[in-house]
Design a protein around this ligand. Structure first.
Ligand code: RIB
Ligand code: CA
Length: 316
């Protein structure tokens, strides 16, 4: 089996952790590295969480974790999203510490080196702000030609935003970086709120995971059940008392290996970087290339049951 070489850029919070554990259990992925950034938590804590997840999955010491940017290209970071992801980014769950240390190499250098060492083979999967990739582009403008593709969780096409009426957290958290990345000419796929909010993870999803997980995945299932309790409670309290949370980052990871779960439109896309109401909005042009921007694959619909079954299937 030819594996898909990936680098995961994350701000390891609760939903990132499900995406990461899925990737670690999916044999078709060859994870060459992790890079971390600010967002749900800071870049150092995100690396710490990632290292502990590697240990949880019995993969300690196998995959380098490199720390990246702790602030957007312009302006300041607002700080960790404690009310959604808890004080440590993973709902306060204390996973056992890892012996593995973060890599010495800075995230942007690591991205450039991996891309050069694997020309045409590497897929970048971004689960947080795109700051590390924008910094890597500064160092290697030829990055889009060196990597195979880029899959990003972020933005929204027609669904309401989650940090403003029109903007999603990963894009709004560093609009300048996201626009640089969209304009750079990667083979880009955007997995945004139109599809991630159509996946409903309920108490039954986690009860089934606990009941049916394979014995070797018991520690993973126990962690996920625990970490998603406050995350789902936040969703419930902010979204009409419904018993579910959306599935953001794991869907992007799934789409990277299994794009057939989503319906996509190919549209020119870039990001609004002005200071007004629409800052951080992804602007697409449905009129067909009137806007001067590269095309991106924008996920517009998803098969919810298929996505949940394929995602959680790796743990059974
Ligand atoms: O808007 C959802 C995104 O913001 C997810 O990637 C979540 O982990 C946070 O980074
Ligand atoms: Ca994330």
């Amino acid at each position: 089996m030819k594996k898909m070489k990936i680098l995961i850029d994350c701000d390891t919070g609760v939903d990132d952790s499900l995406a990461i554990l899925y990737a670690l259990r999916k044999p078709e992925f060859e994870i060459l590295g992790f890079t971390t950034g600010f967002g749900n938590t800071d870049a150092v804590q995100a690396a710490e969480n990632t290292l502990r997840l590697l240990k949880l999955a019995s993969r300690e010491g196998e995959i380098p974790v490199s720390i990246g940017e702790n602030a957007p290209l312009k302006g300041k970071w607002d700080g960790p999203v404690v009310h959604v992801h808890g004080a440590n980014g993973i709902s306060g769950v204390e996973l056992p510490p890892s012996q593995q240390k973060p890599a010495e190499e800075k995230a942007s250098d690591f991205i450039v080196r991996l891309a050069r060492e694997n020309p045409g083979e590497l897929t970048l999967i971004t689960l947080g702000r795109m700051t590390n990739v924008a910094k890597a582009l500064e160092k290697e403008p030829g990055l889009p030609k060196l990597v195979r593709s880029l899959v990003a969780m972020g933005g929204t096409y027609h669904a309401p935003g989650n940090v403003s009426p029109v903007a999603e957290a990963n894009i709004a958290g560093d609009p300048e970086a996201a626009d640089i990345v969209l304009m750079a000419g990667f083979d880009t796929t955007i997995v945004g709120l139109d599809v991630t909010t159509k996946i409903h993870l309920t108490s039954k999803t986690f009860a089934d995971l606990r009941e049916y997980c394979a014995p070797e995945n018991r520690p993973i299932a126990d962690y996920l059940v625990q970490a998603f309790i406050p995350y789902r409670a936040f969703s419930r309290d902010s979204d009409g008392n419904l018993d579910y949370c959306p599935m953001h980052d794991p869907l992007a990871m799934l789409v990277a290996i299994d794009p057939s779960v989503c319906l996509m439109r190919r549209l020119p896309a870039r990001v609004e970087c002005g200071d007004g109401l629409c800052r951080g909005m992804i602007v697409t042009d449905g009129r067909n290339q009137h806007m001067d921007a590269p095309y991106a694959n924008i996920c517009v619909d998803v098969d919810e049951d298929l996505a949940i079954n394929r995602l959680f299937g790796v743990f059974l």
